[in-house]
Design a protein around this ligand. Structure first.
Ligand SMILES: [Zn+2]
Length: 241
């Protein structure tokens, strides 16, 4: 059996934000993002959405690939990240909170985290038309481990069906809000017809990992080039988990 060792990058917002921004780490400046994509290309990697990465995760396809994901569905993903992804012929998955489309990250309000606009329906359609993919990130960005079974099912299934209805596509990839999940949550995601689910567990994807508990590599404001390279090329992330 051949070994796989695939990094899946986790981004949120791609935007230059002022110094006093709360949780500024969630925002990667577009220039830094562009340099990271350029580095991947230079190293011979292809950046892929989770949907396009799946054959590599299953061991059906082989090659130098990196998964690229964006959580929450920020407007700046379309405006700032998509043109850069297109330039390098990469794709990415953006995880959408279905009842917050066209709104903002209001779930972060209590913690004083800066509000940024989320993509509208029209903008998500543009994202898809550019060859990018979307995944589900629940209806309301809730902590699924704190809900009753019927509420968990509603958050998961309604998000999937709403996105499928709006955009006339199959939505097969899921992402746990805040990375919170347990065995019940992950099996309900599987039962709902998803093929994958990403977490905030750190590390690269290998054969031992479950497709419904996929680890990722966080990339944030402070990820300078040397650290970015260490995260991709070394065991740096494994030591962090
Ligand atoms: Zn999120």
């Amino acid at each position: 059996m051949s070994k796989i060792n695939i990094p899946i990058l986790m981004y949120h917002s791609i935007e230059r934000m002022p110094k006093d921004t709360v949780m500024r780490s969630l925002h990667v400046p577009p220039k830094r993002f562009e340099f990271q994509m350029k580095l991947l290309k230079f190293l011979g990697y292809k950046g892929l959405s989770i949907n396009k990465l799946l054959p590599y995760l299953n061991g059906e396809k082989h090659g130098k690939v990196v998964g690229i994901t964006f959580d929450d569905g920020y407007e700046n993903n379309l405006i700032n990240a998509a043109p850069i992804l297109k330039k390098y012929n990469f794709s990415a998955t953006c995880y959408i909170v279905s009842s917050r489309i066209g709104s903002s990250n209001i779930w972060d309000n209590d913690r004083g985290i800066t509000q940024r606009p989320l993509m509208s329906k029209n903008q998500i359609a543009q994202w898809i038309n550019l060859g990018m993919d979307i995944g589900a990130h629940t209806r309301t960005h809730c902590d699924l481990t704190k809900l009753q079974k019927n509420e968990i099912i509603e958050e998961i299934i309604c998000c999937k069906s709403e996105l499928e209805d709006y955009f006339e596509i199959f939505v097969t990839d899921f992402c746990y809000p805040y990375g919170y999940f347990n065995k019940q949550v992950s099996s309900l995601v599987e039962d709902a017809g998803f093929k994958t689910a990403t977490t905030m567990i750190r590390g690269k994807m290998n054969k031992e990992h479950n497709l419904f508990m996929m680890p990722r590599i966080p990339i944030n404001h402070h990820t300078l080039p040397h650290l970015f390279l260490a995260k991709i090329l070394t065991k740096y992330e494994e030591k962090k988990s």
